[in-house]
Design a protein around this ligand. Sequence first.
Ligand code: NAD
Length: 475
Amino acid sequence: MIEIRNYIDGAWRSSAETFTVLNPANRGQLARVAQATADDVDAAVVAADAAFQSWRRTTPFERAELLRGIADIVDRREGELALAVTREMGKTLAESSGEVQKLARAFRFYAEEAVRIMGEIVPNETLDVTSLVSYEPVGVVAAITPWNYPLELIGWKLCAALAAGATIVVKPSEYSTASAASLFECLEEAGVPAGVANLVYGRGIGPQLVAHPLVGKIAFTGSTQTGNRIARSVHHAIPLSMELGGSCPMIVTEHADVAKAAAGAARRGFRNAGQICIAVNRIYVHRSRYEEFLALLAAAVDELRVGDGAQQNVDMGPLANEEGQRKARAHVDDAVALGARVLTAERRVPDTGYFVAPTVLADCTPEMLVMREETFGPIVGVAPVDSLDEAIGLANRRDSGLAAYAYTENLRETHRLSALLDYGNVAINNPDPGIMNAPYGGRKGSGFGSEHGSEGLHGYLQIKHTRIHHGASGA
Ligand code: NAD
């Protein structure tokens, strides 16, 4: 069992109280983690605030150099970081390695962005006055993150905040602790100054962190329920970004390449065992292509090999925790009780950990949980529709606004889908809506604010207008 400590003001700190992290593949004890006290949380924010005074005065070129240095260390430690992710939350080693590689790319991307924070000179009514619009860092960022992409979801906030000249206190999920500690070791090795990036662990410390009076921005990724709770609890007006959950729809029209659509659904429905905020949860297929689509999707899902993600030849690991396993199974039971057909072959999954059989459910109706709620597991519900507009009507919902997918080879349908799907990210004829240099964020019940792209950086900057009377018109 490894010991994991908080990282505050450039030092690793133990705590009298600890909590234990289990490996979801076998329920074995993985780590004993120091539970931060109220004093630790306060010390982390105070250290970040003190460090901000000098960090904000570094040049973007210095910050960019540091970010590139971190990227190199992350690359070098890829195997160790990936294993930490797999052990604590279950995804396969191949997926974990992919996550680490994307994390390193994020550091390099924001190293480039750091030196492109440009302002503007705005015209005034007289030449004796000049208006400068400039961007300044927000101060101390409180970053609260979930376990499903434990490195990337810290990384996007950390890279952008540091590039902007802000400082940060990260509170990762209680389920994903070792990977965060390894990432902070990379920061320490790269020479990030004390206090610029801090890490605190623990159950129940989130509310204290987000309410701390020295915090200048809250960057949250997690469930809609927790996001709403945080939004209600904030006592003073500060910037927030809320990357929340939501059940993501896919539409397969009568003009779709059905093989491509089934492959896309298999990838985006079952990767990371469906524990992705942009996972395909519910699929609406034109009745004329319905059985063809179902057969292809079920066949692709039946081929997935389920097992411990740390082993070779495994496509899907366990769910990260018991609650996730219970919810996914409840969604299947509910759908079957209400008349859905299970299309995937019955199979035994290991009972050592929190495994769930990947399942495709057909003939789903809107009242079924799988069509109403985010499952966050390897379960996909499919329903037939009679028209494109019926599908769009079912796909658009007030509580869901993160990502929507559609497959069609028809140009008119493509543009109608692009225009009418009320989502922050729409992917047509591909299952990958998130790329590093385009803004990524939700709307409606899935939150607000962007990560990725230059918009992701601007989330950590605040605008300033300086109006200077210099009398230099010569008049
Ligand atoms: P969660 O909401 O249970 O927890 C997220 C984080 O919030 C954890 O660190 C948790 O300790 C902390 N937290 C809990 N209560 C808090 C409070 N009152 N104040 C402050 N912090 C608090 O979510 P989870 O189970 O870890 O993650 C899964 C959810 O995250 C899913 O709903 C998924 O869709 C969502 N998610 C969204 C995105 C996105 O980009 N939109 C990305 C990944 C995951």
